[in-house]
Design a protein around this ligand. Structure first.
Ligand SMILES: NC(=O)c1ccc[n+]([C@@H]2O[C@H](COP(=O)([O-])OP(=O)(O)OC[C@H]3O[C@@H](n4cnc5c(N)ncnc54)[C@H](O)[C@@H]3O)[C@@H](O)[C@H]2O)c1
Length: 299
């Protein structure tokens, strides 16, 4: 095509997209049903995973709950059953590839085809890089990103055969913005955001328009995951509002969900503001949490 025609096509698409976004402000987005879908949630024993399981249970989805904490998933499962859901629990260490693959085989054989996969399990060690031990760095990468690869590789083939499914990546604001004393954690969450974006692109290239993806990026949540978080601008999130935003993202097929939503504007400021202004903004935000600093680890 002539370059001028290419440019016109891009401009027309841009205009159409803006008009569509404007119209969506007034017309409520259509929500897809999730009743009857088989939903697998990792890290379902506590926090966001548990609250998400309850959200799906209320919508009559069938649940497969994974966690390393047996007592915790049994507890979540009882609560989901009380809400009327059918639930299957599996004790899985998501830092172990072989355990993920063998449990995925069991799920396929004994329960059925997972159509919604929520990769939520996560771990953190809040410390400066030299105080973080090697095995802690490895664990953050194993659970926060590698596990997403293994679970997706296990359940995507059936989703592709049916051209139907949804893959959810629970990343973090730390997958877009950096914070001191979370070098390995931020790196693993940037990887999770990259995983989501690249997977989304690949599914589109392969014509898999029935498989949707959602990436959820919250700021601090009150789950105890990060110890004593505080910030001068904004507030600490309640776990229920994160699960609600996650569910809304799935029901409306949103690709990127920031919690709170205005975080997307902060992302824009990262690109537009000069470095000095960003430093001042960061000081004003004054995000704090308990972290180990200055205890150099030799391994
Ligand atoms: N809490 C926050 O401030 C915050 C902010 C942004 C993003 N996130 C992300 O949200 C997700 C959920 O965090 P949360 O706050 O609910 O944490 P949480 O600690 O309350 O829950 C995490 C769950 O994952 C499970 N888990 C940990 N390691 C596992 C493993 N190896 N195998 C299987 N399960 C394992 C835990 O047992 C727990 O049930 C994580 O991916 C986290 O990175 C949390």
């Amino acid at each position: 095509m002539h370059p001028l025609l290419d440019l016109l096509l891009v401009l027309a698409t841009l205009l159409y997209s803006y008009l569509e976004a404007l119209a969506k402000l007034f017309v409520p987005a259509r929500r897809k049903p999730v009743n009857g879908e088989l939903v697998l949630i990792t890290g379902a024993a506590h926090g966001v995973g548990r609250a998400t399981a309850l959200e799906f249970a209320r919508r009559r989805s069938r649940l497969v709950l994974w966690d390393i904490n047996q007592h915790g998933i049994e507890d979540t499962a009882s609560e989901c059953k009380r809400l009327g859901a059918t639930v299957h629990t599996f004790v899985v260490d998501c830092s172990k590839r072989e355990e993920i693959y063998s449990t995925a085989d069991k799920v396929k054989k004994d329960v059925g085809d997972v159509s919604i996969l929520v990769n939520n399990a996560g771990v953190i060690t809040a410390a400066d890089l030299l105080s973080t031990q090697d095995h802690q760095i490895e664990k953050m990468f194993e659970v926060n990103i590698l596990a997403h690869m293994w679970t997706t590789r296990a359940f995507l083939p059936t989703m592709m055969n049916n051209n139907h499914g949804h893959i959810v990546t629970v990343a973090s604001a730390a997958g877009h913005f950096v914070t001191s004393f979370m070098v390995a954690y931020c790196s693993s969450k940037f990887a999770a955001v990259g995983f989501h974006k690249a997977l989304t692109e690949e599914l589109s290239t392969l014509g898999m328009d029935g498989i949707k993806t959602t990436c959820v990026c919250p700021v601090f949540i009150n789950t105890g995951f990060v110890k004593n978080p505080s910030t001068r601008l904004g507030r600490i999130l309640e776990v229920e509002e994160v699960a609600e935003a996650l569910m809304e993202g799935i029901l409306t097929n949103r690709k990127m969900v920031f919690v709170p939503p205005h975080l997307s504007i902060a992302l824009l400021s990262e690109m537009l503001f000069p470095e000095r202004a960003l430093t001042v903004l960061k000081k004003l935000t004054n995000a704090k949490f308990d972290a180990v600093v200055g205890q150099r680890s030799t391994q």
